[in-house]
Ligand binder design. Structure first.
Ligand SMILES: NC(=O)c1ccc[n+]([C@@H]2O[C@H](COP(=O)([O-])OP(=O)(O)OC[C@H]3O[C@@H](n4cnc5c(N)ncnc54)[C@H](OP(=O)(O)O)[C@@H]3O)[C@@H](O)[C@H]2O)c1
Length: 232
C-alpha cells in the first residue's frame, strides 16, 4: 500500500480518469479536478477547475489546501487540441487557425499547468519527495515536429509545456521538488481516437509504474510512458 497525496487534473474522462483509478487502487489518497463534476469512485476529493480561468484554478487549489497539509504528487494531465474549439480536423496548419483558437489551446495546455503548479506550490513544498508530472506529448518534440502532428497549436503548446517544465524544474529544485514530462503514448481516448496504439489501461498502468520509480534525480527529463528517454 502507498499513501501518497496526489492531485490529478482532468479526472472526468480519458487518461486522467484512469490514472486516478489506478492510483486509488494502489493505495494513494487522490484529489481530482474536473470541469463538470465527473470523477471516478474512491477519490479523497474532487474540485471544479477550468484551466482557462486563473480564478477557477486558484479556487480549486484553495479547496484542496483546506483538506490536506501537503501534496506528494501533482499530475497535470488535462489537455486539449484545436478540435475542441471548432477547428476542422483537416484544417489545423499554421495558417488555418485564428488567434482565438490558438490562444485557447495554449491556455489549456501550457498556461493552465503553469498556474496549477503555482497555486499548488505551497502544498508541494510541504510534500514528501514531491514530484510534478506534466503530461506532455511526442508532438511537443522539436525532433519530431517536422514529420508529425496535424494540429499546429497542439505541437506548439506541448513544446511550450516542455520548456515551462524545465524552467519549473530549475525553480523548485532547491525545494526538493522534481518536475518530469511524460509522453503517455498514442492512447485510445477521445483525443487519441480508436486507432491509437495503446489502450488506456496499458498507458495508465505503465505511467503509474514509471512514476513510482522517479526521484529528484530525474527532474527535467522528458520520458515516455515506460520511463525511457524521449528525444527533445
Ligand atoms: N490520447 C493520446 O494519444 C495522447 C497522446 C499524447 C499526449 N496526450 C495528453 O494526455 C493528456 C490526457 O489526454 P486524453 O487522451 O485523456 O484526452 P481526452 O480523453 O480528450 O481528455 C481530456 C481531459 O482534459 C480535460 N480538459 C480539456 N479542456 C479542459 C479545460 N479547459 N479545463 C480543464 N480540463 C480540461 C477534459 O475535461 P472535460 O471532460 O471537462 O472536457 C478531460 O478530462 C492530455 O494532456 C493530452 O494532451 C494524449
Amino acid at each position: 500500500m502507498r499513501d501518497r497525496r496526489v492531485v490529478i487534473t482532468g479526472v472526468g474522462r480519458g487518461l486522467g480518469r484512469r490514472l486516478a483509478e489506478a492510483l486509488v487502487e494502489a493505495g494513494d489518497e487522490v484529489w481530482g479536478t474536473s470541469r463538470n463534476g465527473d470523477a471516478p469512485e474512491g477519490l479523497r476529493g474532487r474540485v471544479t477547475m477550468e484551466l482557462r480561468s486563473e480564478v477557477s484554478i486558484a479556487a480549486g487549489s484553495a479547496e484542496i489546501a483546506s483538506q490536506t497539509d501537503g501534496i506528494d504528487l501533482l499530475i497535470n494531465c488535462a489537455g486539449t487540441d484545436a478540435r475542441s474549439f471548432g477547428a476542422p480536423p483537416g484544417e489545423r496548419g499554421p495558417f488555418d487557425l485564428d488567434a482565438e483558437t490558438f490562444n485557447a489551446v495554449m491556455e489549456v495546455n501550457a498556461t493552465g499547468p503553469m498556474l496549477v503548479t503555482k497555486y499548488m506550490l505551497a502544498l508541494l513544498r510541504a510534500g514528501r519527495d514531491a514530484m510534478v508530472i506534466n503530461v506532455s506529448s511526442q508532438l511537443g518534440s522539436m525532433a519530431l515536429a517536422q514529420t508529425m502532428g496535424a494540429d499546429t497549436v497542439y505541437n506548439v503548446s506541448k513544446a511550450a509545456l516542455n520548456m515551462l517544465s524545465l524552467k519549473t524544474a530549475a525553480a523548485v529544485r532547491d525545494d526538493g521538488i522534481g518536475v518530469v514530462m511524460i509522453h503517455p503514448g498514442w492512447v485510445r481516448t477521445d483525443m487519441g481516437g480508436p486507432s491509437a496504439a495503446l489502450t488506456i489501461d496499458e498507458s495508465a498502468h505503465a505511467i503509474v509504474d514509471t512514476i513510482g520509480s522517479l526521484s529528484i534525480e530525474d527532474s527535467g527529463r522528458f520520458i515516455r510512458w515506460d520511463g525511457t528517454d524521449h528525444p527533445w
